[in-house]
Design a protein around this ligand. Structure first.
Ligand code: FAD
Ligand code: THG
Length: 830
C-alpha cells in the first residue's frame, strides 16, 4: 500500500476518533491518535456528554455537519445496537415570541433539507405525554433528531480504526510541537518525540493550551454547564428497558434555558440557566489517569446545587411527573464556547501542517471530522467551512478579554431569540473609523461587524423623509424585519440615487501585496489578468483548486510592484499570507512578495451619486472627468490638501469613487467633502441603504451569495473568469463549465406583493417543493419592491413563480432577470 502522510491526532474524543475514521475511509494509513487520558475513558467532554443532537442551525454548514453525524452514528453499530437513538427532537414554546421563532427555525430546517413540523399544544402533549400542556403554545418537531451515544461511539471508532491500523496511545500528553522552517515535524511527549507531517489538535476545551505550544491563539473559553440525573421517575417505570434508554423525543424548553432526555426511568436535565462559569484550566490540576472514572474526570467539576435550584423548579412546572423524583447526581461539566458560538477549524497561520478542530459539539463532530479529512486528503471540504474557519476573527477579537467576555455572552444567549442583525451590547467601540466622531454628530445608529462600529443610518437624515417623493416611501415592515431597520434608509437610498452620499468603507478589508513577486502571486491566485498597467483596477475571484469561490476581491495596481486589494476578511488575509510566504521561501529574489493588512491604518469614503463629480470638482484640481479617470481605474489625487488614492468603482452602482487615505487624514477628508457637498445636498449614508442598493445592482456578497460550495458560473460570476489566462488556481476544474450547463443558478427574486420583506436563509418553494434558500434579501427602494436572491435548480426559469416561506407564511415571488437597476451601466460609466 502506498504510504500516506504521517498524521498525529491530539485527543481521542468524539472529534479525534471520527477524524481517524474518516481518514482511514479515505485510504490514509499512517495515523496515530494520542490522548492524555486512558483510552477507555479519556475524560474530556465526550466522556460525559448526554449526546442530544438537535440538527437545525442558522448555519447551513453546521446543519449539514449535524445531518452527517446522525447518518454516521446510525450506521455505527455493534451487536445490532447503533450509536444513535433516533427519538426525534421537540422544542416547546411557552411564549408567542418563541412560537414565532420556532416557525422561523422550521424555515432553516427546510432550507437545509431537514424535515420537521410545527405542532399544536395538543400535538405536543400527544407526542410527549409528560408535558404540562397548560404552559405550552406549540412546538417544533424534527423526527430525525435524537441521541448520540458519544462515549460508546468513541470506543467503536477506536476499535474499528485500530483494526485498520491506526495507532492509539493513551495516558500520554502532548507537551510540545516540533517544527522546522515553519512546518510541523512532530509532537513531543514525556516518552519522546513522535514524527509527523501533519498534526491535528482535537483537544476539545484544552485547545487553547495546545495552541499555546506553537504561539497560536485558539479563541475558545472553557465553561462549565450543569447536568443532572434524577432518581427514577415513577411515571416512567418500565418505559425503557436499558438504563440509558429513551423513547421520548429529546426536549428543549428554551424559554427557561433547559433541555431534557430520558436515561431509562430517570431524567437527564441540562441547564444554561445559571451564570457563566469560566474554568481556569490551570486549576483543574493534573489528573492521575488511573483515577479517571465516570464520576471523577477532568471535565467534570463538583455540582453547585444552588445554581440549579431555579432550573429544578422550572422543570417540575414543565414536567409535573418529576415532582415524584429528586436530583440524584449532578455535575458542572466543562466544554468550549467561542466569541461567535461557532467551531474552530483549519490550519494555523503560524505553522504549516498544524490544524485544529475544536469547540465542536457532539452534534457536529462526525460532519466536521469528515470536512477536516476532506481538507487534508483532497485540499477542500465539500461543505463550506467559512462559518467555522479558525481565521475568521480579527486580531482585536483574539485577546483573552474579548474571548472571555463574548464567549460568556454566547453562553448566556444560547437559547435566546436573536435577530440576524442583533449586535453585541458589549464589548463595543473596539474599532472606529476616523469618521466616527462625525457619524455620532449625525446621529449614526451603529451595529457591529468584525469589531467595527458601522453606522446603519443617520438620524440627521430623518428630516429628508418629508421631502422624499411618495414613490420612494417604503412599505411598513412586520415587527421582525422592522427590527434594526429605519425608514431613514429609504431617504439615504433616494439621495444616493438622485444626488450624492458619503459611505464609510473603512471596514472593507484592505491588503497590500508588494514586492517583485507580487504580480506572479496574484496571477497564480486570481481568475483575472494581473499584468495590466499601474492604474488598473480589477474585479476578480479567488478559487479553490476545485473551482469553488474562496472570495471575490478587487485588485488595484498602484505601481509596478504594489497592489491594493479590497477583500472580504481575515480568511483572505491568512490565505494570501501563507501563499506569499511559500512563494518567497521557495523562489529567488524575483519571487519575493509580502502581504500587509493596511485596513486599520487607512480609511475609505465611498463618494457616490450622480452629483459626485460636482462635489470633488470644488475641492480638487485633479481630473475626475470620464477621460481623466475611467471606470475601474485608480489614480493618486489630492482632495482638500489630502493625498488620496481614488478608485472609480461603486458597490452601490452609482457614479463616484472609493477615496482612500491614511487614517490620520480621514477626518479632514470627510469634513472637506461633506462641506463641499452641502450645495449639492450631500448626506452621510449607512449600511442599510448600502445593502439595498447593492442588491438592486445585483452585486454578490461573499459568504452568503457564494461560498466555496459554488463555482463562478452558478453564482453568475462567469464574466470574472479569464479562461484564456495561462494558469491559476481552480482553472482546470472549470474547464467545460458554463452558466448554461450549471445544475443550479443564483437567481434574483422579486416579491409580488411589493411589501413582504424577508431577511435571508428562508426556504424557497417551487411547485410546493423546497428547492432552495434565500442568500441575501433587502427592500429595493429604487425599484420599489423587495428583492431576494436564491440558488435554484437551472430548470427554474426567469418568469417562474416561487414561494418564500417566512414564519410559516408563503410569500409569492417571481424569478426576475438581474440586475434590476441600471443593467446597461449608464450610471457607472457616465
Ligand atoms: P473531548 O471529548 O474533550 O476530547 C478532547 C480530548 O483531548 C480529551 O480526551 C483530552 O484528554 C485530550 N487532550 C487534550 N489536551 C491534550 C494533550 N495536550 N495531549 C493529549 N491529549 C489531550 N454536545 C452535544 O452535541 N449534545 C449535547 O447534548 C451535549 N451536552 C453536553 C453536556 C455537558 C454537561 C457538557 C459539558 C458538554 C455537552 N456537549 C454536548 C458538548 C460536547 O460534549 C463536546 O462539545 C464534545 O464532546 C467535544 O468533543 P471533543 O472530541 O472535541 O473533545
Ligand atoms: N470595493 C472594493 N473591494 C471590494 C468590494 C468593494 N472587495 C470585496 C467586495 N466588495 C467585492 N465585491 C464587489 C462586487 C462587485 C463589484 C465590485 C466589488 C463591481 N462589479 C462590476 C460589475 O459587475 O458590474 C465589475 C465589472 C468589471 O469586472 O469590470 O463593481 O466594494 N474596493
Amino acid at each position: 500500500m502506498e504510504s500516506s502522510p504521517r498524521i498525529v491526532i491530539i485527543g481521542a474524543g468524539i472529534v479525534g476518533t471520527n477524524l481517524a475514521d474518516e481518514l482511514v475511509t479515505r485510504g490514509w494509513n499512517n495515523i496515530t491518535v494520542l490522548d492524555q487520558g486512558p483510552l477507555n475513558m479519556p475524560g474530556g467532554s465526550t466522556s460525559h456528554a448526554p449526546g442530544l443532537v438537535f440538527q437545525t442551525n442558522p448555519s447551513k454548514s453546521m446543519a449539514l455537519f449535524a445531518k452527517y453525524t446522525v447518518e454516521k452514528l446510525l450506521s455505527l453499530t455493534e451487536d445490532g445496537v447503533s450509536c444513535f437513538n433516533q427519538v426525534g427532537g421537540l422544542e416547546v414554546a411557552t411564549t408567542e415570541t418563541r412560537l414565532a421563532d420556532l416557525k422561523r427555525k422550521l424555515g432553516y430546517a427546510q432550507s437545509w433539507g431537514i424535515e420537521g413540523r410545527i405542532l399544536s399544544r395538543e400535538e405536543c402533549k400527544e407526542l410527549y405525554p409528560l408535558l404540562n400542556e397548560e404552559d405550552i403554545l406549540g412546538g417544533l418537531h424534527i423526527p430525525s433528531d435524537g441521541l448520540a451515544s458519544a462515549a460508546r461511539a468513541v470506543q467503536l471508532l477506536i476499535k474499528r480504526t485500530e483494526a485498520a491500523g491506526v495507532k492509539y496511545i493513551g495516558n500520554t500528553a502532548v507537551t510540545g510541537i516540533e517544527q522546522e522552517n515553519r512546518r510541523v515535524t512532530g509532537v513531543r511527549t514525556p516518552d519522546g518525540v513522535i514524527d509527523a507531517d501533519i498534526v491535528v489538535s482535537c483537544a476539545g476545551f484544552w485547545g487553547a493550551k495546545v495552541g499555546e505550544l506553537i504561539g497560536m491563539k485558539v479563541p475558545l473559553l472553557p465553561l462549565a454547564h450543569q447536568y443532572v440525573k434524577t432518581t427514577p421517575v415513577p411515571a416512567q417505570k418500565g418505559k425503557n428497558e436499558l438504563p440509558n434508554g429513551a423513547r421520548l423525543p429529546i426536549l428543549r424548553h428554551q424559554d427557561q434555558d433547559l433541555y431534557y432526555r430520558e436515561h431509562g426511568d430517570r431524567y437527564g436535565i441540562g441547564s444554561y440557566a445559571h451564570k457563566p462559569m469560566p474554568v481556569d484550566l490551570d486549576e483543574l490540576g493534573s489528573y492521575n489517569p488511573d483515577e479517571i472514572s465516570e464520576h471523577n474526570m477532568p471535565s467534570r467539576l463538583d455540582f453547585t446545587l444552588e445554581d440549579f435550584l431555579p432550573a429544578w423548579e422550572a422543570t417540575k412546572q414543565l414536567l409535573p411527573a418529576l415532582h415524584e423524583s429528586e436530583i440524584e447526581d449532578g455535575f458542572n461539566g466543562i466544554f468550549s464556547f467561542t466569541p461567535d458560538g461557532g467551531s474552530l477549524v483549519g490550519e494555523s497561520k503560524e505553522l504549516d501542517g498544524f490544524y485544529v478542530a475544536e469547540a465542536v459539539w457532539v452534534t457536529h463532530s462526525a460532519g466536521i471530522a469528515r470536512a477536516v479529512a476532506e481538507l487534508l486528503t483532497e485540499g477542500k471540504s465539500s461543505i463550506d467551512l467559512g462559518d467555522c474557519d479558525i481565521h475568521r476573527f480579527e486580531d482585536v477579537q483574539l485577546t483573552d478579554a474579548y474571548v472571555s467576555e463574548t464567549s460568556q455572552q454566547n453562553f448566556v444567549e444560547i437559547y435566546d431569540v436573536l435577530h440576524p442583525l442583533q449586535p453585541k451590547l458589549s464589548p463595543r467601540n473596539l474599532r472606529v473609523s476616523p469618521f466616527h466622531a462625525r457619524h455620532k454628530q449625525l446621529g449614526g445608529v451603529f451595529l457591529e461587524g468584525g469589531g467595527w462600529e458601522r453606522p446603519y443610518w443617520f438620524e440627521a437624515n430623518a428630516d429628508l423623509l418629508k421631502d422624499m417623493p411618495a414613490e420612494w416611501q417604503p412599505p411598513a415592515r412586520d415587527a421582525w424585519s422592522g427590527m434594526f431597520s429605519s425608514p431613514i434608509a429609504a431617504a439615504e437610498a433616494w439621495k444616493t440615487r438622485t444626488a450624492v452620499a458619503m459611505y464609510d468603507m473603512t471596514p472593507l478589508k484592505r491588503l497590500e501585496v508588494s514586492g517583485p513577486g507580487a504580480q506572479k502571486l496574484l496571477q497564480e491566485l486570481t481568475t483575472a489578468d494581473m499584468t495590466k498597467k499601474p492604474g488598473a483596477v480589477t474585479y476578480t475571484l479567488l478559487l479553490d483548486h476545485a473551482g469553488g469561490i474562496r472570495s471575490d476581491i478587487t485588485v488595484a495596481r498602484l505601481t509596478e510592484d504594489t497592489f491594493q486589494l479590497g477583500a472580504n476578511g481575515n480568511i483572505d488575509t491568512a490565505y494570501f499570507d501563507r501563499a506569499a510566504r511559500h512563494q518567497t521561501n521557495n523562489g529567488g529574489p524575483a519571487d519575493w512578495v509580502q502581504v500587509r493588512d493596511t485596513t486599520g491604518g487607512t480609511c475609505c469614503i465611498g463618494l457616490w451619486g450622480p452629483l459626485a463629480r460636482d462635489v470633488v470638482a470644488t475641492v480638487s484640481n485633479d481630473d475626475f472627468t470620464n477621460d481623466g479617470l475611467k471606470y475601474f481605474r485608480s489614480k493618486q489625487v489630492v482632495i482638500g490638501g489630502v493625498p488620496v488614492t481614488a478608485m472609480r468603482l461603486s458597490y452601490v452602482g452609482e457614479l463616484g469613487w472609493e477615496l482612500y487615505t491614511s487614517a490620520d487624514n480621514g477626518q479632514r477628508l470627510w469634513d472637506t467633502l461633506f462641506k463641499a457637498g452641502q450645495p449639492h445636498g450631500i448626506i452621510a449614508a449607512g449600511r442599510a441603504a448600502f445593502s439595498s442598493l447593492r442588491l438592486e445592482k445585483g452585486y454578490r456578497s461573499w459568504g452568503t451569495d457564494m461560498t466555496t460550495e459554488h463555482d463562478p458560473y452558478e453564482a453568475g460570476l462567469g464574466f470574472a473568469v479569464k479562461m484564456a489566462k495561462d494558469n491559476f488556481v481552480g482553472k482546470t476544474a472549470l474547464e467545460g463549465r458554463t452558466e448554461e450547463n450549471s445544475a443550479r443558478r443564483l437567481r434574483c427574486l422579486t416579491i409580488n406583493d411589493g411589501r413582504s420583506i424577508v431577511l435571508g436563509k428562508e426556504p424557497v418553494f417551487y411547485k410546493n417543493q423546497p428547492l432552495g434558500y434565500i442568500t441575501s434579501a433587502a427592500y429595493g427602494y429604487t425599484i420599489q419592491k423587495p428583492i431576494a436572491y436564491a440558488y435554484l435548480p437551472s430548470t427554474v426559469n426567469i418568469g417562474d413563480a416561487v414561494e418564500i416561506e417566512y414564519f410559516g407564511r408563503r410569500i409569492p415571488a417571481t424569478i426576475t432577470q438581474d440586475p434590476l437597476y441600471d443593467p446597461t451601466m449608464t450610471r457607472l460609466r457616465g
